[in-house]
Design a protein around this ligand. Structure first.
Ligand SMILES: [Zn+2]
Length: 222
């Protein structure tokens, strides 16, 4: 871990109970690191993980980093106050989205496990930026290995889909999982799929998606 302090932080005002993962969405890791430390940019994260697995520590976990922006989950908003933010280097959908290298993902898992060891963060609070800001964000996107993370104890992943919910139940299930209710359904479904059905992100409430919605909602309730 390399110290790379960012001035872009302030006091929290809430206990940490959430972990939010991002991709940097910039052409290179060094460019992203520079921006996250630039006072003029007014953005940051607690950590940045390079493609070769190097980890940079930018903001102390006791401080509020500025990574999620306008954000909502399970009726709460302003999630920077209660979350740890990790930026995973990847050019993102605007600059040539590509798979996350294995070394990088190994480092991400290790970092997440350390964080989970320090804070009481329930599995249902390990989230994508796209989960908490589905109207603005797609990161870390469908290449991010949420299933692999969950296999190592980081976040929720259903063992198998439940029997598909009826189409009429879809909005309620999305809300029960944590998504905002006041956005178009296809937008919310794309966010759900990016996390829990990454093979096809099309915003359609197909049978598999409806089964996974029930399964994730059941896990989220426990
Ligand atoms: Zn983000």
């Amino acid at each position: 871990m390399t110290a790379a302090p960012s001035p872009n932080c302030d006091a929290r005002g809430a206990a940490v109970d959430m972990l939010i993962l991002h991709y940097t969405g910039m052409v290179s890791g060094p460019a992203a690191l520079a921006r996250l430390r630039d006072p003029a940019a007014k953005v940051s994260a607690h950590y940045l993980v390079e493609e070769d697995g190097r980890v940079f520590a930018l903001v102390d976990e006791g401080m509020r980093a500025w990574h999620a922006g306008v954000s909502h989950w399970r009726g709460e908003s302003g999630l920077n106050a209660r979350s740890i933010g990790i930026e995973v280097v990847n050019p993102g959908h605007e600059h040539g989205y590509r798979p996350f290298p294995l070394l990088q993902m190994v480092a991400v898992v290790e970092l997440c496990l350390e964080i989970l060891g320090r804070h009481a963060i329930p599995a249902r609070h390990v989230l994508a930026h796209s989960d908490v800001a589905p109207d603005r964000k797609q990161d870390p996107g469908e290449y991010f290995d949420w299933q692999g993370l969950a296999g190592q104890g980081v976040g929720l992943w259903p063992e198998e889909a439940a029997a598909p919910a009826g189409v009429e139940a879809v909005p309620g299930l999305l809300t029960a999982i944590g998504y905002r209710a006041d956005l178009p359904l296809p937008m919310l479904l794309r966010a759900f799929q990016r996390h829990w059905r990454p093979g096809l992100v099309d915003g359609q409430a197909d049978e598999e998606t409806r089964g996974l919605l029930r399964a994730v909602a059941a896990l989220s309730a426990s």
